[in-house]
Design a binder for this molecule. Structure first.
Ligand SMILES: [Zn+2]
Length: 331
């Protein structure tokens, strides 16, 4: 059975369709979300479902996800929402397009492309880019919105899909780090590094960021196949030793990026080796699983605040910002 599922994961890699590199692809996000959902207690599931019900895209999610449980379906589909809006004409890219009409309950319709990552240089030659990314800050802001009793339900309904999504993105090693060339230019988390991936026979030419995004599985992963993938991963990977904070998750990702995310050697267009690929799959599987457990812990913590009386603890930070630096245990 194990071998069969391992084969399934490798085979699915061969079936990936070409698309621009965003973040963990939809499979990675749905896997983390499904793991989180399984860990949530009934009260938190109910609170999450109530919030997502107020999101303007709740009905779209039901149509697309075709699930039996409306709460779970919304939760899974919401996990990819911040990537889905990249192609959605209701939204606009700041600085490139004119603002579009604001949907009721939304702060604005910006796609917020710089919320998905933070660009921490892996080598001292790096000068920070003009757009260094905001995932570190946004994880805190969004958590605070869910925690705060002053936030309106529509503000929380907007924040929740973003939080579900960004907890997973923070666990993608190349969302926390970039290599810089001698000219001081960033490779944008591996987006600018072309590679040959022989494990994707249809599209072996890709970039390193996309390679990592696609490791968790095919973007169409849903229903029973998603359940099988989640079962396989949670049997194999226990919850992470530390729930941690966004700072810790991004720090772990940065360390993995430094030590494991780039193929060794000096080739200008490196080819992924069998040994590298096996290790990368192992890391990606461990990271999406950890993200799921941590997302559950965070939501339980934040939405427990929903039960406290109004007017108390509104400014409590959801989690300590500064935590001791921990090293990711070797896979
Ligand atoms: Zn993303």
């Amino acid at each position: 059975m194990l071998r069969l599922l391992q084969r399934f994961f490798r085979l699915t890699l061969l079936l990936l369709i070409a698309s621009p590199a965003f973040a963990w692809n939809a499979a990675g996000h749905r896997i983390s979300a499904m793991i989180a959902w399984e860990q949530l207690d009934a009260d938190t599931r109910a609170a999450v479902t109530t919030l997502l019900h107020q999101h303007p895209d709740f009905d779209r999610w039901q149509t697309r996800g075709k699930g039996v449980d409306q709460g779970l379906t919304a939760f899974l589909e919401a996990s990819t929402w911040p990537d889905d809006i990249r192609k959605d004409q209701r939204f606009y890219t700041a600085g490139v397009e004119e603002p579009t009409p604001t949907l009721p309950g939304f702060p604005d319709m910006e796609r917020r492309l710089d919320w998905h990552y933070v660009d921490h240089p892996l080598n001292p030659a790096g000068n920070l880019q003009s757009s260094p990314g905001k995932i570190d800050r946004q994880l805190e802001v969004l958590a605070q919105t869910l925690w705060s009793r002053k936030a309106t339900p529509s503000e929380q309904a907007y924040a929740l899909p973003w939080l579900i999504h960004l907890v997973a993105d923070a666990h993608q090693p190349l969302h926390a780090a970039s290599r810089y060339g001698r000219d001081g230019r960033s490779d944008n988390g591996g987006n600018a590094l072309a590679i040959i991936n022989p494990y994707n026979t249809r599209h072996p030419s890709m970039n390193l960021h996309r390679y990592w995004d696609d490791l968790p599985g095919p973007p169409w992963l849903r229903t029973s196949r998603l359940e099988s993938a989640v079962k396989w991963l949670t049997e194999r990977h226990p919850p992470p030793a530390s729930a941690g904070t966004p700072t810790l998750w991004l720090d772990e990702s940065w360390q993995i990026a430094r030590e494991r995310a780039y193929p060794p050697g000096e080739e200008s267009v490196p080819t992924i080796s069998a040994a590298f690929h096996e290790r990368a799959l192992e890391i990606a599987n461990r990271r999406v699983t950890a993200a799921g457990y941590r997302l559950a812990g965070l939501l339980q913590h934040l939405l427990r605040g929903a039960k406290k009386p109004r007017g108390t603890g509104t400014n409590d930070p959801p989690a300590p910002r500064n935590v001791p630096r921990e090293t990711e245990s070797s896979p």
